[in-house]
Design a protein around this ligand. Sequence first.
Ligand code: SF4
Length: 397
Amino acid sequence: MDLELLEQTLARHGQPRFRARQVWGWAARGAASYEQMTDLPAWLREALASELPFSSLQLQRESRACDGTIKARFATRDGHPLETVLMRYRDRRRSICVSSQSGCPLDCTFCATGRMRFARNLSASEIVDQALHFTRVEEHPRYRSAARGDHGAHGGHPATPRASGQGERAARPLTHCVFMGMGEPMLNLDAVLAACERLPDLGVTQRRTTISTVGWIPGIERLAEHDRPLRLAISVHAAEEALRSQLMPVNDRFPLRDVIDAARAFHARRRRRIFVEYVLLAGVNDRYEQALALARLLTGPAAGAYPAARARPAGGPGERSAAGPRPGARGSSIFKVNLIPYNATIAAGADPYRGSTRESIAAFQAALQSRGIPATVRLTRGRAINAACGQLAAEVA
Ligand code: SF4
């Protein structure tokens, strides 16, 4: 739902300002059309339905994996593709992996999105509409098969959400959001932060929202100054500069040592533990010595290239004023490593990478843990439908 356009449309019809909040409240609770917004005058519902698309995205395809993961492929109104993934867990967590751009300009060599043509940044409404889509999917199981087109004019009969005021605090279906879909969120940070302001109405608090970056330092700095408890994840993937530059060309612009220093400064300012993402590629970055090099990087002193002055703490007694770890501090107080089994992105034979064996992954994890670094292996979800990490890529159907 294009919220700016909504306000303009309502103003054109001489509606009071609270109407926009009313419409948004319905959408956030999972309404699938203006028709369901029963506390709006009937004429206004009709006017909105004819003048304002219910979503800024058109659903083009939905794929389902037997582990419960759903991948949605959308097109923006001007025809650019993007994908979003909903991951469902047994403990009732529902995590959406959203895209911040259509395509990505950063060309990481292990990522299918990097091989797509980069189109443009997504607007805040286009980001929020990805989450709204899955709110509807989860609120109304019957909507799932009827949502194609996603205009609210579909042929299904989803249950009507409660009007505002009734059950405002009822549990919402989505619980977590990660900006790990298509694109580099720090290159579109205004829209990403604006979307993050809306997500709590859908049940996704900012404490449960993670912004993942390749290490775009200006973005990390901005996020450190942003007065919200958003989480930060950094894609590292190699502890050696040369290897990381091969895997992620952006490393030539923002070298790893500076990225890690910026992350430490973020931690000093915000006191939020930082996730380190590390995809394991057989024979490339999964050796025991490479695990130890990663441990040294995360536990060692700040490289010093990054200006300590930027690490201004958030204030309050006892806050530190420098970028480096506390004397004697271990990386475990600042970083947590997520090891990601590699998901093939192109046909075997053409793919330069292979995933590490279970044994290599376990040995890598054990090496980190033995150095005091918390490390978990990410559950692979949605691989069968190309919805797992690094696999998102789409062309308009
Ligand atoms: S890993 Fe992220 S930053 Fe790198 S190409 Fe893929 S989407 Fe872009």
